[in-house]
Every structure is written in C-alpha cells, then in structure tokens.
Design a protein around this ligand. Structure first.
Ligand code: XMP
Length: 318
C-alpha cells in the first residue's frame, strides 16, 4: 500500500541511483509542489541540489525575504535572485493580459537561464510537476504553474532546457504531495498555502502595471490574507486574493471629494481550480477588512466583494 513514508524512501533511493553525484537545478516558487520536490532531492543529493528562487516583483508583500529565509531554514542550497526591476521595466505600458503573461514567462526564462549558467556542470533540471500538470500539458490549456512549461516557445531553446528533466512528483495528486511534504517535516503553514499564479499580482492589476499599483495591491492583499488567518478562515478557503481595478470612483474625505482606486476581494472554494464557488465570508469579517483597507491603504476608497462562481467567471480577473 502507498504511504508517504514509503514513497519518500523509494523515491530518495531512485533519485540517488539516477542522479549519482551530478548537479541538479530547481526553480523554487514558494508553492507546495516545488518545495516538496526540493526537499525530496535535498534528502537524496544534499548540496548538489542548486535551488533558484526568483523575485519577479509581483509576489505578495514580504514574500521574497520571508520565503527565502524559510527555505534556508530547511537546509536547502538556495539562491534568491531579485529580478523585480527587470520584470517591472519590461512590463511597462503593457495592459493586455496574455502579453503580460508572455513577458513574465520570457523574462523568467532569461533570468533562470542566466542563473543556471552559474552552476557549473549541472546535468539535471528538476521540476515540481504533479500528475494534474501532466494531464493539463497534454490537453495544452496552459493552466496553473505552467510558467516554465508553456512559455518556452521564444525562439531557440534556453540552455537550461537542454538539461535532463527529473520530476519526482509526476505521479502524485496534490493531497499526496502535501502528505509527502508532511512526512518529511515541512512546515504545515507552507504546505497549507493557497495556490498563487505564476504571473503573480500582474494578472490581479487589471490593465497596465506600475510600481505604485503593485505596492498598493500588496498592502490590500496582505490585509485581506492576514485577516483571513487571524479570523481562522484561511484554511476554509481554497484561494483568496485582491484585484486592483482600472477604474477610479468618487469618494469623500473631510469635505473634499476624492477620486480613487477600487479593489475587489475574491475568495473561492474549489478542489482543483477548474470549477469554483465564491465563499460566503461573514459580513463582520468583510466589514472589518474593508475598513482596514480603506483606512490604511492610501489611494483606495472603495472595496467590493466578488460573488461570482466559476464557470462562467474565472478565479482571476485576467
Ligand atoms: P482561472 O482564473 O483560470 O484560474 O479560473 C484557475 C487557477 O489557475 C491560476 N492561474 C494561473 N496560474 N499562471 C499560473 O501559474 C497563470 O497564468 C494563471 N492564470 C490563472 C489561478 O490563480 C487559479 O488558481
């Protein structure tokens, strides 16, 4: 019978046999899959696993330093690469959602390729691909965590893609990945994290992206997500986040009229992201969250809650 412990034991042995003393490169995203894949490889080959964690400037507030620290605490050989400026510069002026995704995919590959050259004699590229990704890439819809997989059609294969691929989670479903992670002692907070899209906040800022908009949305998102945690609601929700809308609306502050930004909060229940229902969050929670956002985040004067289910509405707004 399959148990997480036996999976870890056999997979570590297989990885050792397959990889020997070769060097392996792995891109960490902060998500469950890449983290569990990294821990398995770390157990198998230790310092010969070279992890790369890229900051694209579109992560959640404080995510880059805190997740990097967590990875280091797990003993991983990890390099944090802050490429925020490069991503944000390349995104300047672009408001088409698919073009934004393409830019982010391309820049990620460029950054990753540059970094992988710094690891001499690497032979393998490890990925946290799980079974649903395998099925999805067959149906070619390019869904979650498709960043590396679906954006490599940029003319000429980057060198790191010529490495042999190793995907230790290829046969597992998400809940099995979590159980494997737990059996290796991964932090339950890391294992319980909501999914977060590869293009990050770029697809939650509707329209063009500026540093100011990213900063506003990071604040709003942090208030919402921390509020869910404080209220004990985080684990009841499959995914949550905030969208910065490309409209200003009128408000009043003192005896002045304001004309400021509107944010939409979204929280959904789902099993795989293919269908989703909006979560019936308590009114008191929404009330407090809205007050906190409007009082604390300059430039936002209106908060709405998205009560649309998928289908037909998608989870993200872009
Ligand atoms: P939608 O918006 O299609 O989202 O209902 C379903 C799930 O996919 C995530 N998502 C993405 N993940 N790159 C990703 O890695 C993307 O471009 C992307 N678009 C949506 C979304 O967050 C949700 O979990």
């Amino acid at each position: 019978t399959w148990t997480p412990d036996s999976f870890v034991e056999t997979t570590v042995a297989q990885l050792q046999e397959k990889i020997g003393t070769d060097k392996v490169i792995l891109g960490l995203s902060g998500g469950v899959d890449s983290s569990v894949a990294a821990m398995l490889l770390h157990k198998a080959i230790g310092k010969n696993l070279h992890c790369i964690f890229v900051n694209n400037g579109l992560l959640r507030k404080d995510e880059f330093p805190s997740v990097l620290e967590q990875y280091e605490g797990m003993g991983l050989n990890v390099k944090g690469v802050d490429a925020s400026a490069r991503f944000l510069d390349e995104l300047t002026g672009e408001s088409d959602p698919e073009k934004k995704r393409k830019i982010i995919g391309r820049v990620f590959i460029e950054v990753f390729d540059d970094e992988s050259h710094l690891v001499e004699d690497a032979k393998w590229l490890a990925q946290g691909t799980i079974y649903p990704d395998v099925i999805e890439s067959v149906s070619a819809t390019g869904g979650p965590s498709a960043t590396i997989k679906s954006h490599h059609n940029v003319g000429g294969l980057p060198d790191f893609m010529k490495l042999s691929v190793v995907e230790p989670l290829r046969m597992l479903f998400k809940d099995e990945v979590r159980r494997v992670g737990a059996s290796m002692g991964l932090d339950p907070l890391l294992l319980g994290r909501h999914p977060f899209p590869g293009p990050g906040l770029a697809i939650r800022i509707l329209g063009d992206i500026t540093r100011e908009k990213v900063a506003i949305l990071q604040e709003v998102d942090a208030i919402f997500i921390n509020g869910l945690k404080t209220a004990g609601l985080y684990d009841k929700v499959w995914q949550a986040g905030a969208m910065l809308l490309p409209v200003n609306s009128v408000g009043v502050m003192g005896d002045e009229r304001t004309y400021e930004k509107c944010v939409a909060l979204r929280a959904v229940e789902s099993t795989d992201g293919m269908t989703a229902d909006w979560v019936n969050l308590p009114y008191e929670f929404l009330q407090k969250t809205s007050n906190d956002i409007i009082n604390k985040v300059r430039g936002v004067n209106r908060v709405v809650y998205d009560i649309s289910s998928k289908p037909p509405a998608t989870i993200e707004w872009e």
